[in-house]
Design a protein around this ligand. Structure first.
Ligand code: PGA
Length: 249
């Protein structure tokens, strides 16, 4: 896994509670995961609680605007000021349910970095796109939207999460080989522009990762950890997933 530090990130989506923050904080403290970074992306109202409890937390999205008259939106600057270091951008649910385009995602990516948040750029193809052999072109278009706007150097302070849409919340995980194939493709595409950036960027896999399949996924050469949805709401399963990343660090 080269010298890249693995990351295990829990995406709580619109789930979780004040109580779960407490339980998760206790569970994470009881484990020693020194060689990996463990992050939680809870809903906005729980961010302060998570940070106070000692959890490294980030937001699930940020606005592409600066503070102002945008009811319901959240400014990256505020998320950063609170003490967060990361934000997700372009999660497939944001793209499909809230209509975020590649350009919108690139704008959010830029705004996050302007305020010292490390964006985790989520990319991935739908089932129909995979069946039509479009996986590589879809993923490369999603990443190129950022590179074309900000240059390949912008990827230095970022992470990419490959999450095939057909694997999210479905129990249908990509096989370790399928996932590795796309991760390798992503790294090669970036390497064609800048070999050092490609070598150093962490590439996470997401989509029905659980504590039964994480070990083999994280053992792949170009998989540097995971973005975990459902299983990140279960502290015991989540810690097992962290432990498998730790073993592969
Ligand atoms: P899942 O979600 O692990 O529940 O499939 C992953 C994600 O949406 O980030």
């Amino acid at each position: 896994m080269a010298s890249r530090k693995p990351i295990v990130a829990g995406n709580w989506k619109m789930n979780g509670s004040v109580e779960l923050i407490t339980t998760m904080a206790e569970t994470l403290k009881s484990a020693s995961n020194n060689n990996i970074d463990v992050l939680i992306f809870p809903p906005f109202p729980l961010l302060s609680k998570a940070l106070e409890a000692g959890i490294t937390a980030g937001s699930q999205t940020v606005s592409h605007e600066n503070a102002g008259a945008f009811t319901g939106e959240v400014d990256a600057k505020l998320v950063s000021e609170l003490g967060c270091k990361y934000t997700l951008v372009g999660h497939s649910e944001r793209r499909s349910i809230y209509g975020e385009s590649n350009d919108d995602v690139a704008a959010k990516f830029e705004k996050a970095q302007q305020h010292n948040l490390m964006p985790i750029l989520c990319v991935g193809e739908s089932e129909a796109q995979r069946e039509q052999g479009l996986t590589e072109s879809v993923v490369s278009e999603q990443i190129n939207a950022v590179i074309n706007k900000l240059g390949v150097a912008a990827l230095v302070n970022s992470v990419i999460a490959y999450e095939p849409v057909w694997a999210i919340g479905t129990g249908k995980t990509a096989s370790p080989e399928q996932a590795q194939q796309v991760h390798k493709f992503i790294r090669n595409e970036i390497a064609a522009l800048d070999a050092v950036v490609a070598q150093n960027i962490a590439l996470l896999y997401g989509g029905s990762v659980n504590d039964q399949n994480s070990e083999l996924l994280f053992a792949q050469a170009d998989i540097d950890g995971g973005l975990i949805g459902g299983a990140s709401l279960k502290p015991d399963a989540f810690i097992n997933i962290c432990n498998s990343a730790q073993r592969n660090a």
